[in-house]
Design a protein around this ligand. Structure first.
Ligand code: CA
Length: 512
């Protein structure tokens, strides 16, 4: 007898040994993405095997669990967060679409109610759910504009600061996730809160990462009968640390802090471009404390997966939404810049028996993640037509018929556009666009009246710490070449700069 519950709505049914029709076994997928976790913050980058693959140094961090995980994984050295700030990254990650199509064009908060993930966007979780997966979301989401939909107090926001950042995501906006334990955005690491499936709020007295991993392990072990064990699962865990605040022991994991508290600012900030005289330099130990705390909790999650007998048939990704400058370039802005420490994110994928361990410089862009995950799970034929990213799963698996590798990636930064009298923002202004190639990064910024404002050109080979920007006037041919590549990216992503021919005096749109 075939148990109807075991038949997944998939094409390509196969006959099992006993002659029954059975669906192909699908892998589970776990996607872990701490917020603001920069790619150089792994101990393994100081190991000669890894250090020889990049021209920059790793932070002096202690991450034994992630090091072990990396040793079983494909480790990307050059993954790009195209719009390196929370909500726009998350919108692209979930939908595979660039911001203008998925709706998240700015960080989500109550004054920007128009920037919110489209309810009808077909997201990665919608696809996994339709393919017969049990889908779980834990932790920070930050793709919904806060509205007055507080489930405990209808007609109010979930918080009382104005403008409000945190948001409650009701069932109709959960995009196929049937297990929910999440919040919008809330930067109190040791007293987080979450809304569950039914909109009940849980206020917690525990470091958020530890709490989320405990909940994730309960989900894996199906404690409380929270998932359908006849189905494979897709689980995303959006951890808030090592995101700011990182001011004191009140903000960070104390076990992690013990590893760094006796080190000087100079011992912690080893990148030559870091300004250790900045007030922010004190934050490095708290940031790294959270990095090591995440490592410990990630190790606990991986141990539980193995103990449950699920290690072999589970794809695990460790990534982030963007990086953290942490005093590099002498700027206080941690993200939302084209500097490497902000733009380059971790992207480490383990799939035992399918992926061979190596470091790869694949320049994956954020919208590529959804189709690539679906491809790795054997669901390429379900990638929605709305997806603008590319499926690079065959580069990960080193299949014979690999797609062409990307030559470049787009960089974008939007700011508030016009505002109503009450402060409500009604549109966005695309202040910066840029391009990253295998060697160079270039950013152009535009004034509100459409004039070229600044040009930044960085040679990431000759100048790995980006301390000597190149003058476009003295590097005319290179500037022209990068403007051409930028035009290609703006065209291919159907960006507002392309559609409105912004800076057409320098970006050769019409020569494409
Ligand atoms: Ca973020």
């Amino acid at each position: 007898m075939i148990n109807a519950k075991n038949i997944l709505p998939l094409t390509g049914l196969v006959f099992s040994a006993c002659g029954q029709t059975a669906a192909p076994e699908r892998p589970n997928v776990i996607y872990v993405f701490p917020d603001q976790y920069r790619n150089c913050s792994f101990g393994f980058w100081n190991d000669p095997e890894y250090a020889s693959q990049v021209n920059w140094c790793g932070d002096p961090v202690i991450t034994p669990n992630l090091d072990r995980f990396a040793g079983e994984s494909v480790v990307l050295s050059d993954a790009v967060s195209n719009f390196p700030v929370s909500s726009p990254h998350r919108g692209m990650l979930l939908s595979g679409m660039y911001p203008e199509r998925n709706g998240v064009v700015l960080n989500c908060m109550s004054e920007r109610s128009f920037s919110s993930l489209r309810e009808d966007a077909e997201c990665v979780s919608d696809v996994f759910s339709a393919a017969g997966y049990d889908c779980a979301y834990l932790g920070k989401l930050h793709v919904d504009a806060p509205t007055r939909n507080n489930p405990q107090n209808p007609g109010t926001y979930v918080g009382n600061r104005m403008p409000e950042w945190d948001a409650y995501t009701p069932k109709e906006r959960r995009h196929g996730f049937n297990y929910w334990y999440s919040y919008g955005t809330f930067d109190v690491h040791k007293h987080p809160h979450y809304w569950d499936n039914d909109g009940n709020r849980h206020d917690i007295d525990e470091w958020s990462v530890k709490h989320e991993v405990t909940k994730a392990i309960e989900y894996i072990e199906n404690k409380g009968n929270v998932r359908d064990t006849d189905k494979p699962f897709f689980m995303m865990i959006g951890m808030n640390p090592p995101h700011s605040p990182y001011q004191s022991e009140k903000d960070c994991d104390l076990e992690g802090l013990a590893l760094y508290k006796d080190k000087s600012d100079g011992e912690l900030l080893v990148r030559p471009n870091a300004d250790t005289t900045m007030a922010k330099a004190r934050s490095a130990r708290y940031y790294f404390a959270n990095v090591s705390g995440i490592d410990r909790e990630f190790g606990r999650l991986m141990d539980a997966l193995e103990k449950a007998g699920l290690k072999e048939n589970t794809i695990v990704v460790f990534a982030s939404d963007h990086g953290e400058t942490m005093c590099s370039q002498g700027i206080t802005e941690p993200k939302n810049t084209i500097w490497r420490e902000s733009l380059n994110i971790p992207f480490i994928v383990r799939y035992p028996g399918h992926l061979k361990h190596r470091v790869d410089d694949l320049m994956i862009s954020t919208p590529d993640i959804m189709p690539t995950l679906l491809g790795l799970a054997g669901l390429s034929d379900r990638i929605p037509a709305s997806v603008e990213g590319r499926d690079y799963s065959k580069i990960f698996t080193q299949a014979a018929d690999q797609p062409e590798r990307p030559k470049s990636a787009i960089y974008m930064r939007n700011v508030n556009g016009d505002c109503k009298e009450d402060g409500e923002v009604i549109n966005f202004f695309p202040v910066a666009r840029g391009v990253k190639t295998a060697r160079y990064s270039m950013e152009l910024t535009v004034t509100r009246d459409g004039k070229l404002n600044t040009v930044k050109i960085l040679d990431n080979v000759e100048d790995p710490y980006q301390m000597n920007p190149l003058d476009p006037k003295q590097n005319e041919a290179l500037f022209k070449e990068l403007c051409h590549e930028l035009a290609v990216q703006l065209h291919d992503t159907n960006d507002i700069w392309y559609r409105e021919r912004i800076l057409s005096d320098v970006v050769p749109y019409d020569a494409l």
